[in-house]
Design a protein around this ligand. Structure first.
Ligand code: UD1
Length: 419
């Protein structure tokens, strides 16, 4: 979808089935090459980042096939260890192919990874983690070259709990004989999901979801595995913010409260009611919102997720009082702010801090998505604005949200995809 037209003002009502997690899908699809066998990934979202991962798998010699929400990967034909920049640059998540290729082949040559333009995204923590495993890294200009000369299990100590570096360490360590302990590991639910997939292959992994993960590498892998991805907590958080912004009553089927707790708690402080069901979450907003009584500081899980900051900012625009955001994860994560200001929002950005003062009304405008979550945030705001908004650059949103326009429509939003 190129553009999305939203006519604001409709109360939302209905249910959305939360898609499978993008950030689980990418490392798990990469990990499908580890065993040299066949993997079926269920609940795999139809989004362009997943398409990009499947293209990389095909390039590497794997056979892939989608059947509904299941993706089948046969990695027996794996025949090369390089991923060119033209494929790497489509998304930052392509970096998880590093650990997977190393695990399978002991060497990897990668073009520089891409992704949303959120400021500098270095890879020093990944490189240090590989070196801790005896894997040498070299930057030869256009390519990053990794070679497992004398690989060994051991201690991998991360200076920051980077999600991607934890995934790469886990994947690379799975291919290295001996025990590896990853210290200061990221604790995101997607790490647990990747570990669960590796366990299905027969890799002994323990501690995923805590700051210390132990993996026993070099085992014989099972040749077939089936895995169902966890629900996407950022998509769930976005739809919660959409309901908070537009008002009404929206149920998210499949959402896990614990995974979105940091976002849900803020929305309830703002005056939304959140009900948890057995396998669902419901948000009810039937009165004006007030600003949360604390700063929103983005942090690694279980802290407030940087990916949910733009949609929450959009949900705060009409709330009474001032909301202060402090972005600690990425440098350029307020790219939605100038667009929201076009709608009448009162936002002041000063370096890592953004202050939002609630206004009485927002007006529809011509808007441009500048990144994935920022683009979704524009839609969240447009739902509450008077009149029509047309958001261009929706290709960014398609990277991570499955059928975004249809999901919004299904809960009563006046949303229309435009080419
Ligand atoms: C993952 C998510 C992304 C999310 C981010 C933070 C995927 C595909 N993407 O990205 O949606 O926004 O976690 O929750 O799962 N850093 C370094 N050196 C490194 C690696 C990271 O300085 O070698 C810094 C980054 O610049 C950033 C911070 O660490 O400031 C967090 O990055 P990281 O956790 O690695 O994020 P990603 O894995 O890229």
């Amino acid at each position: 979808m190129k553009k999305l037209k939203i006519t604001g003002g409709a109360q939302l009502s209905g249910s959305i089935n939360v898609q499978g997690s993008k950030n689980s899908a990418l490392p798990i699809l990469a990990a499908a090459i580890v065993s040299g066998g066949e993997t079926t990934v269920h609940n795999c979202p139809a989004i362009s980042d997943v398409e990009a991962a499947l293209e990389i798998l095909s390039y590497l010699g794997c056979r892939t096939e989608r059947d509904g929400d299941s993706v089948f990967v046969d990695s027996s034909g794996f025949s090369r260890t390089d991923v060119p920049e033209s494929l790497m640059c489509r998304m930052r998540g392509s970096l998880c192919f590093l650990g997977a290729i190393l695990c399978r082949a002991g060497e990897a040559r990668l073009g520089y990874p891409g992704g949303c333009r959120l400021g500098p995204r270095p890879i020093d923590i990944h490189v240090k983690a590989m070196r801790d495993l005896g894997i040498e890294a070299e930057n030869n200009g256009d390519e990053l070259v990794f070679r497992a000369e004398r690989p060994r299990g051991g201690i991998v100590s991360l200076s920051f709990p980077s999600v991607g570096a934890t995934e790469n360490a886990l994947l690379a360590a799975s291919g290295v004989r001996g025990t590896t302990v990853i210290i200061n590991a990221a604790r995101e639910p997607e790490i647990k999901d990747l570990a669960a997939y590796l366990q299905r292959l027969g890799v002994p992994v323990s501690g995923a979801g805590t700051a210390e993960i132990t993996v026993e590498g070099g085992v014989d892998y099972k040749k077939t595995a089936e895995h169902s991805l966890i629900p996407d907590r950022i998509a769930a958080a976005t739809y919660l913010c959409a309901a908070a912004s537009a008002g009404g009553r929206v149920e998210l089927r499949g959402a896990v409260y614990e995974d979105v707790a940091s976002v849900a708690e803020i929305l309830s402080e703002m005056g939304c009611e959140i009900k948890t069901g057995k396998n669902s979450l419901e948000l009810i907003k039937n009165r004006p919102l007030k600003a949360p009584g604390r700063e929103i500081i983005t942090k690694p899980y279980p802290g407030f997720p940087t990916d949910a900051q733009p949609p929450l900012m959009a949900a705060c625009l009409l709330s009474e009082g001032e909301t202060v955001f402090r972005e600690t994860m990425f440098e350029s994560r307020y790219r939605q702010a100038p667009e929201l200001i076009k709608m009448g929002a009162d936002i002041r950005v000063d370096g890592k801090t953004a202050s939002v003062r609630g206004v009485r009304r927002l007006t529809g405008a011509e808007l441009r998505a500048e990144d994935l979550r920022g683009g979704a945030a524009l839609a969240v705001a447009a739902l509450a604005a008077e009149g029509e908004s047309v958001i261009s650059g929706m290709e960014y949103v398609d990277r991570g949200y499955e059928g975004f326009d249809m999901a919004l429509k299904s809960i009563g939003a006046r949303a229309e995809a435009m080419e």
